[in-house]
Design a protein around this ligand. Structure first.
Ligand code: SF4
Length: 295
């Protein structure tokens, strides 16, 4: 098993191998521990990069304060086609349902929009989730899979197709680099230099470089996410709302606006509180919504 020093060397090499010529990487910075690793690694590798944080509008205030303390960070707002700021509150009304584990429209619209035409660096690690194990890779290229496959064959690159239709490369060799260089401007291409790092690697690395990381870790948080994220389940959501009651009130107001804007759509929900109870798992008729829902 590699030590963290060996893994650090490999990650730096990966960053240097794929560094775009003549322009910076787009470094996706969430304010969590993994994104601190890629930020420090990009410095150590001496590669040009811009640090971008996507404003979700439901990040914890502690996270926003920490993100703002990072030198050079750019905070990007999601904008719609008319240039209006897309917030979680507006999305809820537009999508006519709260975000759920199955329908995570907010990730797509609030977190994954930045860096078009740029080569992105992410802190994705396989140790973090099963879906990442199934869909991850050292390089992941989304969009235009057929075109990318054709180019991969032309360049002689070993690739895999993942269940979510991404093209994945696992070797940091010259052929992979040429393919990435060829594709990244017209696709969504992500380099995941710490894909194989464990939690222990991450903390060892951050401690070695004196990075304190997001203060929420010191309050017992294992992961840094949005307030009320449905991915953590009802128990975690309730804990969030006990800690951040203003956000609970804001979600209920958004649900209220949603119900008022589309009253014909909901059989049981009359108020934002009804939706909220269903959402956090306090409604005995939990499944009824999906029976009638079509997105
Ligand atoms: S609330 Fe959860 S699902 Fe939604 S953007 Fe945040 S992390 Fe993604």
């Amino acid at each position: 098993m590699s030590s963290i020093f060996e893994k650090e060397k490999i990650a730096i090499e990966r960053l240097r191998t794929f560094a775009p010529e003549g322009e910076p990487y787009h470094l996706c910075y969430s304010g969590g521990k993994d994104s601190d690793c890629i930020r420090i690694l990009a410095e150590l590798a001496g590669v040009r990069h811009e640090i971008h944080h996507n404003l979700t509008t439901v990040d914890a205030p502690e996270t926003m304060q920490y993100v703002k303390s990072i030198p050079g960070v750019q905070i990007d707002k999601a904008l719609d086609q008319n240039g209006n700021h897309v917030t979680m509150w507006r999305l809820i009304v537009k999508k006519k349902m709260p975000p759920t584990r199955m329908v995570r429209y907010c990730c797509k619209e609030l977190k994954e929009q930045g860096g078009k035409g740029k080569l992105k660096i992410t802190g994705v690690r396989t140790a973090e989730s099963r879906s990442r194990k199934e869909n991850g890779g050292l390089v992941k290229i989304l969009k235009k899979p057929v075109t990318v496959q054709k180019a991969a064959e032309r360049f002689g690159v070993d690739y895999e197709i993942t269940p979510k239709t991404g093209v994945v490369l696992n070797l940091d060799n010259d052929a992979s680099r040429r393919l990435v260089e060829h594709c990244y401007r017209t696709t969504s291409t992500m380099l995941n230099p710490i894909l194989d790092w464990t939690d222990q690697d991450v903390w060892e690395f951050l401690h070695h470089y004196g990075c304190q990381a997001n203060p929420l870790y010191q309050c017992g948080h294992k992961r840094i996410g949005c307030i009320g994220c449905p991915m953590q389940g009802g128990k975690g959501m309730k804990k969030d709302f006990a800690n951040y009651p203003k956000y609970k009130a804001a979600y209920i107001r958004a649900f209220d606006r949603m119900v008022k804007a589309h009253p014909e759509k909901y059989l049981k929900w009359k108020t934002g509180i009804d939706v909220y109870k269903w959402w956090i798992g306090d409604d005995p008729d939990q499944l009824s919504f999906f029976d009638e829902e079509e997105m």
